[in-house]
Structure formats: C-alpha cells, structure tokens
Design a protein around this ligand. Sequence first.
Ligand SMILES: *[C@@H]1O[C@H](CO)[C@@H](O)[C@H](O)[C@H]1NC(C)=O
Ligand SMILES: *[C@@H]1O[C@H](CO)[C@@H](O)[C@H](O)[C@H]1NC(C)=O
Ligand SMILES: *[C@@H]1O[C@H](CO)[C@@H](O)[C@H](O)[C@H]1NC(C)=O
Ligand SMILES: *[C@@H]1O[C@H](CO)[C@@H](O)[C@H](O)[C@H]1NC(C)=O
Ligand SMILES: *[C@@H]1O[C@H](CO)[C@@H](O)[C@H](O)[C@H]1NC(C)=O
Length: 195
Amino acid sequence: MYSLPLIALASLATIALGALNNTLEYRLKTEVKPHQRGKRFYDSLYLYSYHTGAGLGDATFSRNSSLGIKGFLNPTNTSAPEAPNYVQEFDLGTEFAWSMYLAESDTAYSGWQPVRVDAGDGGSSTRGDGDGFFINSTGLQWTSAPGENASLDSFGGWIICDWWHGVPQLFFKLSYYDSPLPSSCADIYLRPEYI
Ligand SMILES: *[C@@H]1O[C@H](CO)[C@@H](O)[C@H](O)[C@H]1NC(C)=O
Ligand SMILES: *[C@@H]1O[C@H](CO)[C@@H](O)[C@H](O)[C@H]1NC(C)=O
Ligand SMILES: *[C@@H]1O[C@H](CO)[C@@H](O)[C@H](O)[C@H]1NC(C)=O
Ligand SMILES: *[C@@H]1O[C@H](CO)[C@@H](O)[C@H](O)[C@H]1NC(C)=O
Ligand SMILES: *[C@@H]1O[C@H](CO)[C@@H](O)[C@H](O)[C@H]1NC(C)=O
C-alpha cells in the first residue's frame, strides 16, 4: 500500500519529467475558471509581451493566436527535479531568451501583483521572481517556495484584468489576501497549447 505522501511525490515526479522536455513548446492560452458570470470574453486569449521598454514587457493577451509567444519550461535546479522549479522561458525570435517574472513586491499590501515578460534567463531580478514555475493538470503554476511546504506558498492563482494598457493583462493573486476582484477581472487558468 502506498501512503498519500508517496502518491503525491510520484505524481510530482511525473510532472517534472514531462516538463523537462523543453522541445515541447506551447502558447499559453486563457481559460476562465468556472462559476464566473459574464467573463467568457476572457476565454481563449494568447499570452504575449506588451512592450514597455528595451527588453521589458508586461504579460498581456490577444485573441490573435499568431501573436501568442512560444514558451517552454527550463529547469533551474536539475539536482532536485522533484521540486517544481523551472523558468518559464519564451522564444521571441531574438538571440537572447525572454522569461516570465512575477513582480511580487510591486505594490505593498496589494491583493494581486503584475507579471512581466522581459528579456532574461529567469532567476531573481529587480523586476520580479523568474523561478518556481511548473505545469500541472490545470496549466502553468508558480510557487514562491519551490520544494517547500505548500503552506509557505504565496501564489493564489492567475487573474486577468483590463488594466493599464487597455488590453487584457495578466496578474497573480497573493494567497494570504482575499481581496474581492474588480468587475473587469476574472480568475483564469493558463493552459499550455502545445505546438
Ligand atoms: C520530447 O517531446 C518531443 C515532442 O513530443 C518528442 O518528439 C521527443 O521524443 C521528446 N523527448 C524526450 C527525451 O522525451
Ligand atoms: C494576427 O497577427 C498577425 C501577425 O501580427 C497579423 O499578420 C494578422 O493580420 C493578425 N490577424 C488579425 C485577424 O488581426
Ligand atoms: C538544488 O536542490 C537541492 C535539493 O533540494 C538543494 O540541496 C540545492 O541546494 C539546490 N541547488 C541550488 C543551486 O539551488
Ligand atoms: C496545480 O498547482 C496549483 C498551484 O500549486 C494547485 O493549487 C493545484 O491544486 C494543482 N492542481 C492539481 C490538479 O494538482
Ligand atoms: C506544512 O505546514 C503545515 C502548517 O504549518 C503543518 O501543519 C504541516 O505539518 C506541514 N507539513 C509538512 C509535511 O511539513
């Protein structure tokens, strides 16, 4: 008989093995979580980087799939493949890589924070945290505490809002706040659509 923790470890290992195959490229596509009325227009949008400066961008969305940028997971600590700890990298056709960064400390005491897609290889940057990504059955996830007790994780899920660029924009919620969302926002999954 397997105990529950062993089953949990086994399924994590399966996820890590799949994610290590970075020949598997995908576009990230929105799926509105259930039980949200009048938010269907946020479904099936593709993630791209909204230019905000040289090598800098905010994570935004378009219905046009050909604008969706190609992403893959890159392991940051191969000695601990069971700890979900990948960089969410993107190939924008430049000589350098782009990566997703979660700007966890953009606005103090805020219930949610913005997400960047900047030039870079992940890791810690002044623009945010570029490690701790993984993919499970509900799509792209992030953890602020890779390999640690889930109670230490500040990730509370992805949201989409019509915000400061006038196009749908990606944010993430902090698990330790329970701020109600503005009506222009919706809770979403970020599903990989493999290419
Ligand atoms: C990685 O994924 C690609 C595309 O599905 C597949 O062709 C290839 O065999 C995989 N490589 C490994 C090492 O699993
Ligand atoms: C989608 O984007 C591509 C690439 O920029 C562009 O050529 C095409 O016209 C766009 N399609 C629509 C329907 O806007
Ligand atoms: C990689 O993970 C292992 C096991 O969790 C840990 O001991 C090691 O310090 C990590 N290395 C880096 C560079 O983070
Ligand atoms: C996927 O990961 C997220 C974030 O850690 C977690 O909340 C969710 O329960 C996971 N889903 C499954 C099916 O394990
Ligand atoms: C994780 O943290 C919770 C809350 O602090 C604690 O009850 C639980 O025992 C911890 N689990 C492990 C495996 O350490």
